[in-house]
Design a protein around this ligand. Sequence first.
Ligand code: PLP
Length: 440
Amino acid sequence: ESQRVDPGDGLNEIERMDKQYVFGTWSYQNEVSPTEIVDADGVYFRDAHGNRRLDFSGQLMCSNLGHSADRVADAMAEQARKGAYFAPGNTTENRAKLGKLLAEVTPGNLSKTFFSTSGTEAIEAAIKIARMYTGKYKIVSRYRSYHGSTYGSISVTGDPRRLPAEPGIPGTIKAPDPYAYGSTLDPMQSLDYIEEMLMLEGDTVAAVLVEPVVGSNGILVPPDEYLPRLKEIAHEHGALLICDEVMSGFGRTGEWFGSDLFDVTPDIMTMAKGLTGAYAPLGATIVTDEIASFFEDTMFCHGHTYSGHPVAVAAGRAAVEMYIEDNLIDHAREVGDYLGERLEELAEDHPSVGEVRGVGLFRGIELTKDSEKRVPFGVRKDKISPGKTVVDEVSGHAWSEGLYVANMINTLIIAPPLVIEPDEVDEAVAILDEALRISD
Ligand code: PLP
């Protein structure tokens, strides 16, 4: 039945029902209607109207394992049959083993994980841990960042999505970004700015929170010396470094974590998305030995019914084992290099491509009206509904030609499943090549 397409609004019965009864998230409200997806396989997914599309953004930059990781699906089903849920005071083999695996794959002495159900919640836990551990309350984050949508996490978010939620929670301060292409400050100057801020704020800052490689705000990779120096500066001022690896983690950059690109061990690291390859909602906040031991005799007043949900941690354990056993991190690095080369060709061929940047399978194509003056095409018209911009039109054209590519703030966000092969990269680049004619 759901195959029937109404000639009027283009929606089928299921899509119309969904539009009527489901209150949409900000990714598809108002003029964007939901599309009914019927199945998916590898890097492809198919809708109820018979269209098959290559997933060049891993949905919301989270489907790292592709759409047919049977091993993860089986682990979830097995756990659900054994017992779908036990209160967090109980444990399962999957929870204990996933905790151990995360201590092994994350850098340095990060060793103990608090589980939640999303990136947003992982950030909420990180903020509370940092405040309790340091006894201070301010959090410095950056403008071009996204950290989640609840009041705490949206207050530390820097991009315009925070505006409808302002004033948010007290004690959040924003700093400029390492954004060589579009900022008036060069990346290392933006770091001097943070140093100055920490000095002027006195001894009140609990943590500096950054995405090691910025994701939805345009795929910004800082210079090699940036993150190590940021950690030093934070520590000199008695603040912790929190790295938000929700999007940059689990092989996305060709390393396990974005922090690994810079050999930095943060004090706290947040994870979600690729942690289960998007098979189940799971967030994680891992802390160093020192922080873990502080909480041995201090109550961490925090938790959710579904903290470490047995089915979600079963997915997480199977996913991490799959990254390891299928060598997906190395694969991401190799295919990522190839992707980078192919995207550079697009930069040469299209005048509207201002900059191609990124690392591994985490790439951005920033469009510009004028490549000499780097004039942006214009940003979304208001805070909530997406006013159509040229970059939306490029994504829209790609969508109609069989390619899903997300975009934010003038930038196409490319983050395919890590299992993508070079011929699939070629297929996607050929469609993008066509779509970019719209912006040239
Ligand atoms: N942090 C980063 C870097 C993210 O990219 C996101 C989501 O896109 C979040 C946090 C929030 O995660 P979630 O949407 O799972 O709550």
